[in-house]
Design a protein around this ligand. Structure first.
Ligand code: SF4
Length: 242
């Protein structure tokens, strides 16, 4: 949905025409690799089989080798070794500051969530990086970011993605009495938190339904205008667009 808001043409090429994406960026490889190791780390904790930092490094190296290739796009002054070391640093800092990982009780990683809106007409889907409980009725939704940009709290308070995850959790488990939304900005070693009221969730649901309506109308009219902006820098289709 965010893609449509930024540029309907990019949305069309990606989700309707399904044009192949270009090669991956180095930043994306860092993000994917770190996510993979954090997933393994917490999956181990759920099983009672915690990874040591040395094992986490080893997993990181394996995942890096599997994901890195000559086709990865590098921008700026950093080389492959710098990116690799950057990801290792994110992992080390996170591991050392969160060990022994018992602030809450992790119950799932890369957790698929699907729920219905608009009386079942629309299905929303997503993946929660880590889902945890504190006690029996308090849920914590964790999201990991490797971006170098640390957003303002106001951006976090307005974030739609984790709000939708909360909506999905509350539809699935109506007995939950509190949901915390938590973002880990690994490049900064900072954790940002937010919460949503029932009124805010209803408002977000309304915004999403309105946006889905716009997406459907655009598809019906085959109307997907180009919308240029700073987001073009990261667009998979810049080479065929300009
Ligand atoms: S390069 Fe920019 S204007 Fe062109 S499709 Fe991508 S986001 Fe849209």
């Amino acid at each position: 949905m965010r893609t449509f808001e930024q540029c309907p043409r990019q949305y069309r090429w990606r989700y309707i025409d399904r044009l192949p994406s270009r090669k991956r960026s180095a930043e994306a490889v860092v993000g994917l690799t770190v996510h993979k190791v954090l997933e393994r780390l917490y999956a181990g904790i759920i099983r009672g089989d915690e990874l040591t930092l040395v094992q986490a490094y080893s997993d990181y190296d394996d995942a890096w080798e599997a994901m890195w290739g000559d086709d990865v796009i590098i921008r700026g002054g950093m080389g492959p070794a710098d990116y690799r070391e950057q990801g290792r640093g994110f992992l080390r800092d996170y591991y050392q500051s969160h060990y022994p990982f018992n602030d809450d009780r992790t119950v799932a990683v890369e957790h698929h969530i699907a729920f219905k809106l608009d009386s079942g007409r629309i299905t929303m889907r997503g993946y929660i990086d880590r889902l945890a409980f504190i006690g029996e009725k308090h849920v914590v939704i964790h999201d990991y970011k490797t971006s170098r940009v640390l957003p303002d709290q106001s951006v976090i308070d307005a974030d739609r993605q984790l709000s939708l995850y909360q909506l999905g959790i509350e539809k699935r488990w109506p007995w939950v009495d509190r949901v915390d939304l938590v973002w880990h900005f690994l490049a900064h070693g900072r954790t940002l938190r937010s919460r949503r009221s029932s009124e805010q969730l209803r408002a977000i649901e309304g915004e999403v339904l309105a946006l889905v309506g716009r997406i459907e109308a655009a598809a019906k009219a085959d109307d997907h205008p180009l919308t240029e902006g700073t987001h073009c820098r990261w667009c998979d289709y810049a080479s065929i667009c300009h």
